[in-house]
Design a protein around this ligand. Sequence first.
Ligand code: BV8
Ligand code: ZN
Length: 245
Amino acid sequence: MQFKQEFLDKLKNAKKLVFFTGAGISAESGIATFRGKDGIWNKMKPEELASFDAFMKNPDLVWQWYQHRREIVHNTKPNAGHIAIAELEKFYDVTVVTQNIDNLHRRAGSTKIFELHGNIERNFCVDCKTFYYLNDLENTESVPHCKKCGGLIRPDVVWFGEFLPQDQFSGGEKAAEWSDLCFVVGTSAVVYPAAYIPMSAKRAGAYLVEINIEPTELSTNTDYSVFGKSGEILPHILEFIKQQK
Ligand code: BV8
Ligand code: ZN
């Protein structure tokens, strides 16, 4: 795989890399994206399931949808793209800023991760905010209730209309602004405020590299767009670095 010389030179002299990732990086692990041709939002509108109102209107339906997605996540594993990002930590200061809730970056071995939209493995009580992991809960067929106060337990993910966790957003934004190269991998860059982050990285002087199978809203603003599957491109970038070091 050939890369632009300007990009390779930047990579050779860089110290800090940020990987801003979306559902596309997990596609090769078998997890459906949101807006692609087989995207999950094609079957139903996000507001119908990924919102607090939807949950309060029909907690069992929303809980079971997340249980179904957890099932999928538990039966997949990180792919070569996730693993290459984790391995690059041997050569650079690497930060992952992900919109994904699938926990695959952590399972691949990445150690510095900002989760902008939460994590499907964590849950909390809507009333007293107590956290629960799945194995803390019995019978999770229907929506579980808090052991402390009886409140409804929900997935710890950011729904539409909800604020992102401030520490994750500002931590991820700062890392991107301080990066030498900010990679934008597998995202349609249409969900805000997360999608502001790559542009603030570019404004702060980062070299903005997009990796996607097709052009996106961001493509006209990047310094370099590499079209192809992230699970193939990222290992090639790792290979190049291994030969340099
Ligand atoms: C909020 C968790 C403040 C749940 C998700 C401006 C400012 C602020 C808000 C807004 C704004 N404009 C609009 C809004 C509202 C809204 C929004 O952005 N709507 C969009 C749809 C227009 N934002 C919000 O509501 C946010 N909250 O703003 O709070 C506030 C509060 C009150 C009132 C007002 C404002 C919360 C947004 C978070 C929602 N939660 N997920 C769950 O997952 O169930 S969003 C969901 O979209 C996922 O997190 C996902 O990560 C994210 C982005 O999608 P992508 O990851 O990009 O996935 P997608 O399928 O779109 O694209 C995949 C890409 O991969 C494609 O480009 C494809 O080509 C590529 N690809 C595929 N295969 C591969 C590949 N690339 C490489 N290799 C491959 N093999
Ligand atoms: Zn409670």
